[in-house]
Design a protein around this ligand. Structure first.
Ligand code: TXA
Ligand code: MG
Length: 323
């Protein structure tokens, strides 16, 4: 079994694996990542194979601190420094001009690279012990629900990674916010765990590039983060599922007692309607519903503010038809 509790010794072992070109899954504050030495093109190629990820979808490079950035990207941008000061270590990813040393496979041949400094103590200890930047996408098969538990990783790709460090549930639960600073006007490529409002307060309004099939951030693909069970977004709460369907409910707030009994399975993102709690629970709730043998999952609406924007984004893409 490749799952081991994250301890000083197992983190050292994981760092050795990374340095030797292997693949390690590890917890971050957002979701579990599937990591490899960011300077090794062959190690990073394995990430794409294991995830069945298209080569046009670049990876995020994780570093321990700003002092590690010069070998990865240009970090002179005043806006980047301001955002880094406020949000690093933490769930913000910046897209900046790349350094030459970063292999093409990591950036999908783009002239930019996505970087972040994670705050999770296990991720930080792993980066320190490995002594190299670690390229890591979320540790799930491409397009499927992201992992917030070691068991999610193990169940999906466990047989293909060298080690999974178990650091317990991810506390934030949705991926980092991605801001592109490579052009004059900063752009929001993915809403995420750092609230857009707080970013805009520091660097002004963010452009929001349209989602498409040839996206600037391939993570903008319309269908993503998706369970195998179809997801339908509800416009309001207290919806009665059609008779005779095995329906699941993803509730936001206390589910209506009368209605809940008509569902085969109910998962509640947050009983009190707290957006942080909802974000932390989102992917685990979707994983459980997806394993419940349902015909359909109905998702209640979540407010479009703060972390709600990231949750709505993930649910919207979970509901989109794959193309
Ligand atoms: O919270 C997170 O960001 C997690 C943890 C593991 O750090 N990682 C994560 O990685 O969500 P991934 O690969 O699932 O999503 C990375 C996104 C992709 O949608 C990719 O298109 C975008 O980052 N990206 C990476 N490099 C880029 C670049 N140079 N320009 C634009 N988008 C980029
Ligand atoms: Mg992902």
């Amino acid at each position: 079994m490749p799952v081991v509790p994250a301890t000083e010794a197992s983190i050292r072992r994981a760092a050795d694996i990374v340095r030797r070109g292997g693949l390690v899954a590890f917890p971050t504050e957002t979701v579990y990542g599937l990591g490899a030495d960011a300077f090794s093109a062959t190690a990073c190629a394995r990430i794409f194979e294991v995830k069945r990820r298209p080569r046009f979808d670049p990876l995020i490079v994780h570093v321990e601190g700003e002092e590690d950035l010069p070998s990865v990207c240009a970090f002179e941008d005043e806006r980047a420094r301001r955002l880094a000061l406020s949000f690093w270590p933490g769930p913000l990813t910046l897209v900046l001009p790349r350094a030459e040393r970063v292999p093409d496979i990591v950036t999908a041949g783009l002239s930019t690279v996505a970087v972040r400094v994670p705050s999770h103590p296990v991720a930080r200890a792993l980066l320190a012990a490995a002594g190299c930047p670690i390229a890591a996408p979320s540790a799930n098969p491409f397009g499927y629900i992201s992992p917030t538990l070691a068991s999610h990783v193990d169940g999906q790709i466990g047989d293909q990674v060298d080690l999974i460090l178990d650091g317990g549930p991810c506390t934030v639960g949705v991926e980092s916010t991605i801001v592109d600073l490579s052009s004059e006007r900063p752009a929001l490529l993915r809403p995420g765990a750092t609230e857009t409002e707080r970013i805009e307060a520091l660097v002004g309004p963010l452009e929001r590039p349209a989602r498409s099939d040839a996206p600037r951030a391939p993570g903008q693909l319309a269908s993503h983060y998706a369970p195998r069970t179809p997801v339908v977004l509800l416009e309001r709460r207290a919806f009665a599922p059609p008779h005779g369907t095995r329906a699941g409910l993803l509730a936001f707030g206390t589910p209506d007692a009368g209605m809940a009994s008509r569902y085969t399975a109910v998962e509640t993102l947050s009983v009190s309607g707290d957006l942080r709690e909802a974000a932390a629970n989102l992917f685990a709730c979707l994983h459980r519903l997806d394993r419940a043998g349902l015909d359909v999952i109905y998702a209640e609406p979540v407010p479009d503010e703060g972390l709600g924007a990231a949750i709505r984004d993930r649910l919207g893409r979970a509901a989109a038809e794959p193309r």
